[in-house]
Design a binder for this molecule. Structure first.
Ligand code: SAM
Length: 312
């Protein structure tokens, strides 16, 4: 099986993907945002430094790269970054974005080698969008989803964080919008981490997904469980797809975690939920260390990976 050859941590978890946060800056301001577990910072890596990190990742056997942030499309050199990374034979290169700038970049990104995209959109209601993001960019986000699908990104996934009394009744409207636009809906449970700006907001709007899972199971023609993706369930309903992203604060999440992260200022982050075990790699790149030394830093970080909630 393909996973057998992958680099593994001491808990036998293969490390398959790297999520690079290329900026902390964002053009919206979601009240619940956990910034991918990274405390906001001002320093950013250059396109060449991001490329070098991807090269090292590829050398040690990582197969997938996802660019995130902050808002990755806010960087004027986003197409150049994707172009450089795509010169290597990654299985896929993807972006997570709020979609508001996607219409401008979709074709260029596909031509640069971007395969797939996740667009975060929680609502189709302008007032709810403004409340959650503090901005009026709903139409741009919707156009971004359409543009991504038209440009050939496949799949286009729409990340919807489900919030009680805010958008939980919009799930089927979102599903229909996704179906009309060749996108897959991903329902995400609202999560509280130390990097969330407003924990009261999260307590107030947290929505338990169990009832919803029941409803989806009944509506679905078929249900699949995805391996090595936190055992995510995928529901096939009326020629459309809905995935549920389970809460991250549990042992199942740790057991199935195959991902490393890079912070905007160039540190390896072995765990979404910890910031006390970051490993500096950008310093070594800036000192001009060779590939063997850079690989060693990555491998050491993987050797020190520990499951936050245990269970492995
Ligand atoms: N700006 C990009 C975007 O909007 O997709 C990338 C960064 S954003 C932090 C990445 C993903 O994390 C989004 O899909 C967002 O909905 C999700 N997210 C952020 N905070 C969250 C929270 N507290 N609970 C669950 N998901 C969250």
């Amino acid at each position: 099986m393909e996973l057998e050859n992958k680099i593994k941590d001491p808990y036998k978890r293969p490390v398959i993907s790297l999520r690079i946060s290329i900026t902390s800056r964002c053009n919206v301001n979601c009240l619940y945002c956990h910034h991918d577990g990274i405390m906001p910072q001002t320093e950013e890596m250059t396109a060449d430094e991001i490329f070098r990190i991807a090269q090292v990742a590829r050398e040690i056997g990582i197969r997938k790269i996802r660019l995130s942030g902050g808002e990755p499309l806010i960087r004027p050199d986003i197409v150049e970054i994707v172009e450089k990374i795509s010169t290597m034979d990654f299985k896929d290169v993807s972006i997570t974005t709020n979609g508001t700038l996607m219409e401008r970049y979709a074709e260029k990104l596909v031509n640069a080698g971007l395969n797939r995209v996740n667009v975060s959109l929680d609502t189709l209601n302008p007032e709810t969008y403004k409340f959650i993001t503090t901005k009026n960019y709903l139409e741009s986000a919707k156009n971004g989803i359409r543009a991504a699908a038209q440009a050939g990104m496949d799949p286009v996934k729409v990340n919807m964080v489900v919030m009680k009394d805010l958008n939980h009744e919009e799930i089927w409207d979102m599903f229909n919008f996704c179906k009309e636009n060749n996108a897959v809906l991903q329902l995400i449970e609202l999560l509280k981490t130390e990097s969330c700006p407003d924990t009261e907001f999260i307590d107030q709007y947290h929505y338990e997904m169990e009832d919803l899972e029941e409803e989806l199971a009944q509506a679905a023609d078929k249900v699949k469980t995805r391996d090595f993706m936190q055992d995510r369930k995928k529901y096939y309903v009326d020629d459309g797809e809905i995935e549920i992203v389970k809460p991250m604060d549990n042992t199942e999440f740790c057991k199935n975690c195959t991902r490393l992260r890079i912070t905007p200022d160039g540190k390896i982050k072995p765990c979404l939920l910890r910031n006390d075990n970051l490993v500096d790699i950008i310093g070594a790149i800036r000192r001009g260390e060779d590939m063997d030394e850079l690989k060693k830093i990555f491998i050491d970080a993987i050797d020190n990976r520990e499951p936050y909630y245990g269970g492995c």
